[in-house]
Design a protein around this ligand. Structure first.
Ligand SMILES: [Zn+2]
Ligand SMILES: [Zn+2]
Length: 327
């Protein structure tokens, strides 16, 4: 199979050919039809995440078709359409797994980080962490649901029952969250990079009540804010925009340092929290919800061999919506 592989963080992905992987016990072999490019992939390639398996095939927004089953696999048959997200395995016995917070597992394996992912023609996945894809989505349209959608969904839940919700960084996750938030009758306030008119217009098209620069104050006080941009300076900005008792959710895996800020913008029982990974329950819930909204994803496709160009586009912030690789 052809694959794009990261040998050394901080360098470009290399095109390689290697034998197709074989599904072990409990695993499924998947013919990859589409794989989304997540900002997390960029943090991995740019050497901002510790201890990846190397070499590693990135990619954790995988949509494909089941080709073969390993021993003891239940629930899937060859030919099924399947999605594989970031959470690739958990230990099943640590305190977090036992308390229903497997997203915080002490010994997890993440797809495209510790486990070879979807920047390839074939991949294998633990069947217990793979999910059927519902709805009339094309493979490319479905791919961003697997991380941008799932993490966005979890982030939105952590924002509580906020009616006025700010979203900082209007990329792949935000464009999905905005639709789910509107569906739930919430008002979305979108904050984009100063001067990024394309992102501002995109947010308004998706039903945002207001869209403006991250340096501006929104016209109304926010009940909560979600930060998807990996920019620590947005934390005090968001705290300044939320009301007393409001919540600021940091949705990314990596963020630049948060600058110091006056205590009075946290005072008033405001909360800052992060969202880490996902549980299988998140995946089941969101993949069932998405076609009911219905969430429509905006994607730009790239051939697998152009994975580096796709990563560059995400890095530059030039995309409205999500980049997706097509093997
Ligand atoms: Zn665990
Ligand atoms: Zn991701």
């Amino acid at each position: 199979m052809k694959a794009m592989v990261l040998n050394t963080p901080g360098t470009r992905l290399q095109a390689i050919e290697r034998p197709d992987p074989e599904p072990g016990p409990g695993e499924i072999l998947i013919k990859v039809a589409a794989c989304g490019v997540c900002r997390t992939d960029l943090h991995l390639v740019d050497d901002e995440l510790p201890d990846p398996k190397l070499p590693i095939i990135p990619g954790h927004e995988i949509v494909g078709t089941v080709l073969a089953l390993g021993d003891t696999v239940g629930g899937f048959s060859p030919g099924d359409r399947v999605g594989v997200p970031w959470l690739g395995r958990t230990c099943g016995h640590c305190r977090y797994c036992n308390m229903g917070s497997e997203n915080l597992c002490d010994e997890p394996g993440f797809t495209g980080y510790q486990i070879d992912g979807g920047y390839a023609e074939r991949t294998v996945a633990d069947a217990r962490y793979a999910f059927p894809i519902h709805g009339d989505y094309s493979d490319a349209e479905a791919a961003p649901l697997l991380c941008a959608g799932l993490i966005g969904h979890r982030s939105l839940r952590m924002a509580g029952d906020a009616k006025a919700i700010g979203i900082y960084g209007f990329g792949a996750a935000a464009h999905i969250v905005a639709q789910v938030a509107r569906f739930a009758g919430r008002n979305v306030f979108a904050f984009v990079r100063p001067g990024d008119d394309a992102a501002r217009d995109f947010a308004l098209q998706l039903g945002a009540t207001w869209a403006g620069s991250s340096e501006e104050q929104p016209p109304d006080e926010l009940d909560a804010a979600i930060i998807f941009a990996p920019v620590g300076g947005l934390v005090p900005a968001a705290l300044s925009a939320v009301r007393k008792g409001g919540i600021v959710v940091c949705g990314g895996i990596h963020m630049s340092d948060i600058p110091s800020f006056p205590y009075n913008i946290l005072w008033g029982e405001r909360t800052i929290r992060s969202v880490a990974n996902l549980t299988r329950k998140d995946a089941e819930e969101f993949l069932e919800l998405a076609p009911r909204v219905p969430v429509r994803t905006s994607v730009k496709t790239y051939p697998l061999a152009e994975a580096n160009a796709a990563l560059d586009a995400v890095r530059a912030g030039h995309l409205t919506g999500a980049a997706v690789l097509i093997p």
